[in-house]
Design a binder for this molecule. Structure first.
Ligand code: BMA
Length: 863
């Protein structure tokens, strides 16, 4: 009598639910209009498919789809159940409807009978239908209310007449989205459209559980020596009848250790402990760390007690998971004298402390980015797409992604890929840039259930490194956003300081918790402790800071969990989104797809600060992306040079959810912007970083490997023709897992220091063994350089392209004209010294072409 699960994902229809009398859109004869619905899916995708709305990603069509979010929608399907299935529940068993996701405010009916309601996107829902299911056809109906309207109504009721503390509303205090537990970004963000949407966001199943099922499970382990663990399982199950059960844990590769126990007793919920002692295993290590990334398959089974032959019967219920063993710590040691409370914030002084991740007892400098949902309508995200993004992250040397709180608790595919690729996950709970009604008990209980569900879902993943209470909620409350009138009470404090820690204490005490991002110190912007979001470049209003990325050097944070610089998506993404006539620098289409709230002219001004004025759309993309590449490399190199004091950088942001101008470095077409490659260089395990300090150039080495690397370092100033101006050279050692400080300084001759328009700096570090690393530095703004034609020579091989130059070339960019998608390149947007050549490997060629066939379409661009 095993658990039976039947998918109910097919046969769904949807219709707009209008108040009586307003339902004018009927078919001839007065029949209501039902459209085919995709499950899992969103109302918007089905409306596009049916031709009701235009694709909201195209041109200004987002605007035309606004009405969809003001409406209510009903979904329905018919379930056929035969007598055999009805009887399959046995005597004590039950039938359930299981919704892996409901987006979001829903009422569920079976055969007209109300089963219950849902109010939270971030969890699964289950309804007992044992008493309502009948033989033959059953009508299942789900009614969704407009999340936007309900959010607005709740906000208005909560705020009241505005005279109380709650009345201190701004754009961010108590927006409608703060009252609906659904991904906050769907209400619109400064990189995404407003597509609130609704729908069946997860698969639907009919479950029949005759005897017993596993509800959830927990695994805890301790290393008793470097490669031996003691493991404790706690398996929570429900029995529906009184027969005894065997509960078993099979950890593959564990030899004969498959502990089991027999559970007797009446129907009810039980938690069964099982232990594996002295389990020998290799560790799970993150990307970039030498050592294995071992994972084991775990199988939890419920069985009827075996017969005399001892053959294992088919399990009543089975759960499979992949697990790995590692230690993870977030070390916050007080290590510097107290810093005065900054900028008049009340509360005295705060001490300095580290913010250092340690994995398997080794300090790990965090290299990564913030992750947002990879599509505005999250059910459309495929595993293939996630694999592409996460592989790109791995290939760029990332060891962590922060799953930002305004997005999703991601799919299991996401975390499994992170386990596989060695990418640690900093997981925010689902709160961002708002104050939340934490004095409403129903709201708090909804949050608690959401937290329990997600912690149980994700806690066994070896990649899970940190739980964080949300994004910028404390910063908002502390009044650090301009024009924000502070409420006395911090609305949301209870969630991050009570509710979430209470859940974690029971469900996952092993994983570190950080109440918010940024957080730490008396003022969450304290740079002496905690993490920082440094937006003083992009969002700064101070003239001189505004848009000037060299200001990243002003931030001496212990951990840079956000900083970002925006640029246009690549041309492939724009060709999907815009019409040919929109492909101009100031078209409405381009401006609509800029949500950065900077003002479009300011945005263009940031580019013009360093690069020539874009004359056409291709210029806008190219110069914008070059500028972004410089900005990110500058910031990352700065904080990596501060390794030791600084524990890591997670730049804002890896990916996009639609075609747009944003801080992302991989656009919605999956194509890397030039900054992606600059970051890949800046995140290399051995970094040679050049820094201009007045009239001299410093060369720093940052070594993430665990051995000292001795070698020869040279820094050279050259003309664009390759004539040497000056040179410094020295034998140096890059110390193990540390930043070296300035190893070598080269004075800039006086006649160059003020102009620098005809020279560049090229540095090289040749380790005694292994590959050399190099670095370039410009001494003038790119727009002022007096560059000549570099004299490109190219040679196209089977899977690679070789490029050689006679003269210095900056931001050398390869692309193919007229292809549906750009192939994958190992590098792009790079610099070449006179006489230098570079071989770029090319893979994932579009349209089943060979590189030889594509060669005529190869184009090169440079500054
Ligand atoms: C940060 C994030 C996001 C935002 C980004 C760019 O503060 O947390 O809310 O999209 O800045 O403005």
């Amino acid at each position: 009598m095993q658990l039976i699960s039947t998918s109910l994902d097919s046969g769904w229809e949807l219709a707009e639910r209008l108040p009586a009398g307003r339902d004018l859109f009927l078919l001839s004869g007065g029949e209501k209009l039902w459209l085919p619905a995709t499950v899992p899916g969103h109302v918007h995708t089905d409306l596009v498919k049916a031709g009701v709305i235009a694709d909201p990603f195209k041109r200004l069509a987002e605007w035309g789809a606004r009405w969809v979010d003001e409406s209510d929608w009903t979904y329905r399907t018919s379930i056929f159940v035969n007598a055999e299935r009805l009887a399959a529940r046995g005597i004590g068993g039950r039938h359930f409807l299981h919704f892996a996701g409901l987006d979001t405010l829903a009422r569920v009916f079976l055969n007209g009978k109300y089963l219950g309601q849902a109010d939270n996107y971030h969890r699964a829902w289950r309804f007992d239908v044992t008493e309502h299911l009948k033989e033959g056809e059953n009508e299942l109906r789900v009614e969704f209310d407009s999340a936007l309207r309900v959010g607005r109504e709740k906000a208005a009721a909560y705020i009241g007449d505005g005279s109380s503390d709650r009345g201190k509303t701004t754009y961010f205090n108590f927006p409608p989205r703060a009252f609906v537990r659904k991904p906050q970004y769907m209400f619109g963000w400064d990189w995404g459209p407003e597509l609130v949407s609704c729908g069946l966001s997860g698969s639907v199943e009919l479950l029949t559980v005759p005897v017993a099922e596993i509800l959830h499970w927990k695994m805890n382990y301790t290393f008793i020596s470097p490669s031996v663990v003691d493991i404790d399982f706690a398996i929570t199950l429900r029995k529906y009848d009184s027969q005894p059960l065997t509960v078993k844990a099979v950890l593959f590769a564990s030899g004969d250790t498959t502990p089991s126990t027999v559970l007797e007793g009446p129907p009810g919920e039980y938690t069964v402990p099982l232990q594996i002692r002295s389990f020998v295993t290799e560790r799970w290590n993150p990307n970039g760390v030498e050592g294995p990334r071992k994972r084991h398959l775990l199988n939890l089974r419920l069985l009827t007690v075996p017969d005399d032959q001892g053959d294992e019967p088919e399990p009543l219920h089975r759960i499979a998971a992949s697990v790995g063993f590692r230690t993870i710590e977030l070390v916050q040691e007080r290590d510097s004298p107290p810093a005065p409370a900054p900028r008049g914030y009340p509360g005295g002084a705060s001490g300095g402390s580290s913010f250092q991740f340690k994995v398997n007892d080794q300090p790990l400098f965090i290299k990564g980015a913030n992750w947002i949902p990879d599509h505005s309508l999250p059910t459309t995200i495929t595993k293939h797409q996630l694999r592409q993004r996460l592989t790109a992250a791995r290939d760029a040397g990332f060891n962590m992604l922060r799953v930002w709180g305004g997005g999703l608790y991601e799919s299991l595919d996401f975390y499994s890929l992170c386990d596989e690729l060695g990418i640690l996950v900093w997981q925010d709970f689902g709160f961002a840039c708002a104050t939340y009604p934490d004095d409403d008990p129903a709201f708090v209980e909804s949050v608690r259930a959401e937290a329990v569900a997600n912690v149980r879902r994700l806690r066994h993943h070896p990649s899970l490194a940190l739980w964080c209470g949300g994004n910028e909620n404390v910063e908002l409350h502390q009044g650090r956003w301009s024009g924000n009138d502070q409420a006395t009470k911090f609305y949301g404090e209870k969630l991050i300081l009570d509710t979430l820690p209470e859940v974690l204490k029971i469900e996952n005490p092993q994983t570190p918790y950080w109440p918010n991002s940024p957080y730490g110190g008396v003022d969450c912007r304290d740079e002496n402790s905690g993490d920082s979001h440094y937006w003083n470049v992009w969002h700064s209003k101070e003239p001189g800071s505004n848009g000037d990325w060299s200001n990243y050097e002003k931030c001496d944070t212990r951990f840079s969990s956000e900083f970002g610089f925006a640029a246009p998506a690549g041309l492939t993404a724009w060709k999907h989104a815009l019409a040919p006539e929109d492909l101009t620098v100031r078209s409405l289409g381009s401006r609509w797809h800029d949500k950065t709230r900077k003002g479009y002219e300011t945005y263009l001004g940031f580019i013009k600060m360093h690069f020539p004025e874009p004359q056409c759309f291709a210029d806008l993309v190219y110069f914008g992306q070059c500028n972004q590449a410089l900005a990110f490399a500058f910031g990352i190199e700065h904080w990596r040079r501060r390794k030791g004091r600084c524990g890591g950088t997670l730049f804002w942001q890896l990916n996009d959810c639609w075609p747009t101008h944003s801080w992302a470095v991989i656009d919605s077409a999956g194509e890397p912007k030039l900054a992606y490659y600059a970051i890949k260089r800046a995140y290399s395990p051995l970094l040679l970083s050049l820094r201009r300090a007045g009239r001299s150039i410093e060369a720093h080495l940052v070594n993430d490997r665990h051995q000292d690397i001795p070698g020869q370092l040279s820094v050279q100033l050259l003309t664009f023709e390759g004539e040497p101006v000056s040179l410094a050279e020295q034998a140096v050692t890059a110390p193990a897992n540390a930043a070296s400080g300035a190893q070598l300084a080269l004075a800039i001759p006086g006649f160059i220091a003020d102009a620098g328009t005809d020279v560049f700096v090229h540095a090289l570090f040749r380790p005694e063994s292994g590959e050399p690393v190099e670095s370039f530095l410009l001494l003038a703004d790119p727009k002022d350089l007096r560059l000549a034609d570099p004299g490109f020579q190219t040679q196209v091989g089977e899977h690679s392209i070789m490029i050689e130059v006679q003269r210095f070339a900056a931001f050398v960019t390869l692309y193919f004209e007229g292809v549906s998608q750009q192939p994958q390149l190992s590098d792009n947007g790079f610099f070449l010294a006179p006489g230098q050549s570079r071989t770029i490997s090319v893979s994932h060629l579009p349209d089943h072409q060979t590189l030889a066939q594509l060669a005529p379409q190869l184009r090169l661009r440079r500054l």
